[in-house]
Ligand binder design. Structure first.
Ligand SMILES: Nc1ncnc2c1ncn2[C@@H]1O[C@H](COP(=O)(O)OP(=O)(O)O)[C@@H](O)[C@H]1O
Ligand SMILES: [Mg+2]
Length: 254
């Protein structure tokens, strides 16, 4: 059974007397562990589709099954809880809490899972080290660069090991070198925990990180194809001895 099943989704916005068909009739099935890109030009409906799959917006018609649950039927309260337990987000503008340190920001999703403070901080620090921010643990967002803030955002999205991570133009505010770093971290993190990643972008090059590219034009899927990801999926068991040693060296260096 697929993890996400989008069935006949339609979204029509009304602004005064104008109707905007943001999504026409979308059908999709996404498996656990898939790294999927939704690719399209500005205004094609990418964010609307992501928001509906993540339960942030209600569709006009249709259903979104995650596992066996239809999130389109949930109340706002049920949705909030569902998101806290199952979903991680990475935003274009990072959306970190400005008064909180890097550790506090990353620890936040664990609070909703009822994990004790000491354990939360320990996990948050571990995740920040994984995104190479071990030396910025007590920094607040304004004391960090855009790339560093997004790395905090990545650590926060994955810390609670959600079923699905949604990323809407995660590198939209970053330069090209930082974009590569951030994309590699997101994809490696998703692969490491075998998590489903839904990545939204207008950029063909960024789409190349995905295992599957779903092309959206004017609220319709015009193609849906497998893609050879820049960062290949490799089962743990098939790692070469050299790679294992490199991993070991990286762990020891921490
Ligand atoms: N809240 C809204 N109210 C009215 N129209 C909207 C709203 N959000 C998005 N739209 C319209 O829906 C279409 C798709 O928007 P969006 O999903 O944001 O596209 P993308 O993320 O691909 O740039 C656009 O034409 C946009 O103007
Ligand atoms: Mg958008």
């Amino acid at each position: 059974m697929s993890l996400i099943h989008v069935k006949d989704i339609r979204k029509v916005y009304r602004v005064d007397k104008e109707r905007v068909v943001a999504l026409n009739r979308i059908n999709l099935e996404i498996e656990q562990g898939e790294i999927c890109c939704i690719l399209g030009t500005s205004g094609s409906g990418k964010s609307t589709l992501l928001n509906i799959m993540a339960g942030l917006e209600k569709p006009t018609k249709g259903s979104v099954l995650i596992g066996k649950q239809d999130i389109a039927q949930m109340t706002e309260k049920q949705l909030a809880l569902f998101r806290q337990l199952n979903i991680g987000f990475i935003f274009q503008s990072y959306n970190l809490m400005p008064t909180m340190t890097a550790v506090e920001n990353v620890a936040l999703p664990l609070m909703f899972k009822g994990i004790a403070r000491k354990e939360r901080n320990k996990e948050a620090k571990k995740m920040l080290k994984r995104v190479n921010l071990g030396s910025r643990l007590s920094h607040k967002p304004t004391q960090m660069s855009g790339g560093q803030q997004q790395r905090v955002g990545i650590a926060r999205a994955f810390v609670a090991k959600p079923k699905i991570v949604f990323a809407d133009e995660p590198t939209g505010n970053l330069d090209s070198k930082t974009t590569t770093e951030v994309m590699e971290m997101i994809v490696r993190m998703a692969r490491r925990y075998h998590e489903t990643l839904i990545l939204v972008t207008h950029d063909q090059e960024i789409a190349q990180y995905a295992d599957r590219i779903i092309h959206l034009v004017d609220g319709n899927i015009v193609s849906d194809k497998p893609n050879q990801s820049i960062i290949a999926a490799e089962p743990e068991t098939e790692k070469t001895a050299v790679e294992k040693n490199v991993d070991l060296a990286a762990e020891v260096a921490k």
